[in-house]
Ligand binder design. Structure first.
Ligand SMILES: Nc1ncnc2c1ncn2[C@@H]1O[C@H](COP(=O)(O)OP(=O)(O)O)[C@@H](O)[C@H]1O
Ligand SMILES: [Mg+2]
Length: 257
């Protein structure tokens, strides 16, 4: 079967910082793939490259067999490549419903504002935000803004959804709801790439895990095998020891690794 997404030797540098270096992988249709790595590993940059936010310094991205390397964000959305932003920035003076409707319009999934708002209402219900739909986005708590971000990306009706730390800030009981929601999204036929620092979430959802470290693909494979890989263990332990050495709190670094 042809892969949905093909990434070949993708690189991005910002001046002298090599955020992503020669990264190659494929994602098959229907997969749930975890993308992990310590802070600064290049995960968000990779998502930005795949969705047209940044132009790659080198390499090729193909989506459904089409070269999309130089696409713009709205082109990515219209093709079915949607993402959530790690740093959520809803339109603060628009309501929650209007924000999600804007996602549908951006991705060309609705012909009118009314149609976009009908679509938006359904996705707000799916993420459990329907009671907040008339509130201004600026008034939401961080976990609710993350839900809004998710509803907005779902309203783009993506084929591939890249989730950049969409569960950050949730408490343990909310995590279970988030797990169930991501499972429902995948069951609806959407291919999911999950960036997540909570290992419980990554390991219980992902069929395959990619590990980035210093911008490079360090390992990929089944979750259990990858987590036993000595290079992966060292990448994480290394980050923890470095934090302790610098006087940081090793435990908090571990939970954010
Ligand atoms: N727009 C940017 N300009 C300059 N440096 C950047 C930019 N975005 C990311 N970086 C750098 O690229 C590296 C990878 O960052 P990032 O992709 O955010 O990592 P992660 O999401 O894995 O924590 C870091 O060193 C970061 O400082
Ligand atoms: Mg990030």
């Amino acid at each position: 079967m042809k892969p949905l997404l093909e990434v070949e030797k993708l690189s991005k540098h910002f001046g002298g910082v090599h955020a992503v270096r020669d990264v190659s992988f494929t994602i098959g249709s229907g997969e749930i793939v975890g993308l992990i790595g310590p802070n600064g590993a290049g995960k968000t940059t990779l998502v930005n490259l795949l969705t047209g936010v940044h132009r790659p310094s080198g390499g090729v991205v193909r989506f459904e067999g089409v070269d999309v390397t130089a696409q713009r964000p709205h082109e990515a959305a219209r093709r079915g490549l949607a993402r959530t932003f790690q740093i959520v920035q809803p339109f603060p003076r628009m309501t929650v419903l209007e924000n999600v409707a804007a996602g549908a319009l951006f991705a060309g999934q609705a012909g009118s504002r009314a149609e976009a708002e009908r679509l938006a209402a359904g996705y707000l219900a799916a993420v459990g935000l329907d009671r907040e739909s008339q509130r201004l986005a600026a008034t939401l708590t961080l976990p609710s803004r993350k839900r809004l971000e998710l509803a907005k990306s779902l309203a783009m009706r993506p084929k591939l959804l890249l989730l950049d730390e969409v569960n950050a800030g949730l408490n343990t009981s909310e995590i279970d709801g988030a797990l169930a929601l991501i499972r429902r999204i995948a069951a609806s036929g959407i291919t999911v790439v999950l960036i997540e620092h909570l290992m419980k979430v990554v390991l219980s959802l992902s069929q395959r895990v990619l590990v980035l470290h210093h911008g490079q693909l360090l390992a990929s494979g089944a979750p259990e095998a990858v987590m036993r890989d000595p290079q992966v263990v060292e990448a994480y332990l290394g980050a923890r020891f470095a934090a302790r050495f610098a006087g940081g709190d090793a435990k908090s670094e571990a939970s954010h690794g």
